[in-house]
Design a protein around this ligand. Structure first.
Ligand SMILES: [Zn+2]
Length: 215
C-alpha cells in the first residue's frame, strides 16, 4: 500500500509529493525553498514519528530542488537525481538549473546520489525512465507496486507540456519522450505542477501529445 500526499507550498514552486510506503517515506521534489518552513512543517505533520528516508528530484530546475538543502538537513535525508541532474547540481550551473530566472544564488550541491534505471529505497521501488526534452536530466518515476507515475515537467494535466525553450530543452526529444510514456502501464499521474490524475492518466498524456502536435 502506497500513499501519495501532496505537500502544500507557494506560488511558482513545483508540486511536492510525500510518498509513504509501509516502512519507508520519500519526498519527490522540494519546491524552490521560498516556503521551506511551511513545507518542513507540513512534512513533519504528515510523517508523525516516522523518518523521511530520501528526497528524489525529477529534474535539475530550481523550482523543484531549491528547497533540497534545507530539507536534507532538517530530516537528515539523502538526495537522489538522474546522473545529468546530479552533475548539473554539483556544478551549480545557474543557467541549466534556471536559478537565474528566480534571481536566486545557486550554490553547488555536492551531495547528490546518481539514480540508474531502478531506484530502491527501503520498501519503495521505482522504475526510472529518462525523458529528456524539457530538461536533459528529467526522469519519470513509476512506483512498482501500484503504478503511480511521477513525471516532473514532462506533461501536465488538461493538455499541458513542459517548456522546451529553456536551456537544455529540445522539442523533438520532448515529443519522443511523450510518445514513449504513452506505452507505459501506469495507474495515476503526478506531474510537477498543477493537478494530479488518478482515473485516466494515459488520457492526460494523450491530451499532452495532441497539444504538442500543434507545434
Ligand atoms: Zn522544469
Amino acid at each position: 500500500m502506497v500513499d501519495v500526499i501532496q505537500i502544500g507550498s507557494g506560488p511558482y514552486d513545483s508540486n511536492i509529493f510525500l510518498v509513504r510506503g509501509s516502512d519507508t517515506n520519500i519526498l519527490i521534489d522540494c519546491g524552490s525553498g521560498s516556503y521551506s518552513s511551511r513545507v518542513e512543517g507540513s512534512i513533519r505533520r504528515n510523517l508523525g514519528e516516522a523518518d523521511l528516508d530520501a528526497i528524489v528530484l525529477t529534474h535539475e530546475h530550481f523550482d523543484h530542488f531549491g528547497g533540497a538543502v534545507h530539507l536534507m538537513r532538517a530530516f537528515d535525508s539523502s538526495l537522489h537525481g538522474s546522473p545529468e541532474c546530479a552533475r548539473t547540481l554539483r556544478e551549480g550551473d545557474p543557467v541549466r538549473t534556471g536559478s537565474f530566472l528566480f534571481g536566486a544564488r545557486m550554490d553547488p550541491i555536492l551531495d547528490v546520489k546518481d539514480i540508474g534505471d531502478d531506484l530502491k529505497i527501503g520498501g519503495l521501488s521505482f522504475d526510472v525512465r529518462s525523458t529528456p526534452g524539457h530538461a536533459p536530466g528529467l526522469i519519470c518515476l513509476i512506483e512498482r507496486s501500484e503504478g503511480c507515475m511521477f513525471c516532473g515537467d514532462l506533461v501536465f494535466c488538461d493538455g499541458g507540456v513542459g517548456r522546451w525553450d529553456l536551456p537544455g530543452g529540445d522539442l523533438e526529444l520532448l515529443r519522443d519522450s511523450i510518445e514513449r510514456a504513452l506505452e507505459w502501464e501506469i495507474s495515476s499521474l503526478y506531474p510537477g505542477h498543477g493537478r494530479t490524475e488518478t482515473r485516466d492518466p494515459k488520457g492526460q498524456i494523450e491530451l499532452a501529445r495532441r497539444m504538442l502536435a500543434m507545434y
